[in-house]
Design a protein around this ligand. Structure first.
Ligand SMILES: [Zn+2]
Length: 102
């Protein structure tokens, strides 16, 4: 993650008030680990429908003292993330097509 994006995320977290101390050890200092995707198996709610393996973009922060990790959904924190997420999906779709030889 570049310095500009790091500062942008810290600004977004601060603006949302997501600056409370660690819920485990009450240490006030967190470290911004980076941006990642959590694979979630979501039931789309229709009887007999397959579960969807959905990558959810997140911002990962960790307590500097005890290492407690927290995730922030990027789509909520940063609406621009949706653009990045679509690019990620297009990239993954292309990779899958290439793997299948399409
Ligand atoms: Zn902690």
């Amino acid at each position: 993650m570049d310095k500009e994006r790091q500062e942008e995320i810290i600004k977004l977290l601060t603006a949302k008030g997501a600056i409370q101390p660690c819920p485990r050890c009450h240490n006030p200092q967190f470290e911004l680990i980076g941006e990642a995707f959590i694979q979630m198996f979501l039931d789309i709610g229709l009887a007999g429908a397959p579960r969807q393996n959905v990558p959810v973009p997140v911002i990962v922060v960790a307590c500097k003292r005890c290492g407690y990790i927290a995730y922030h959904a990027e789509k909520v924190l940063d609406p621009n993330t949706q653009v990045k997420f679509r690019l990620y999906q297009q990239k993954m779709s292309t990779v899958m097509h290439l793997k299948r030889g399409e």
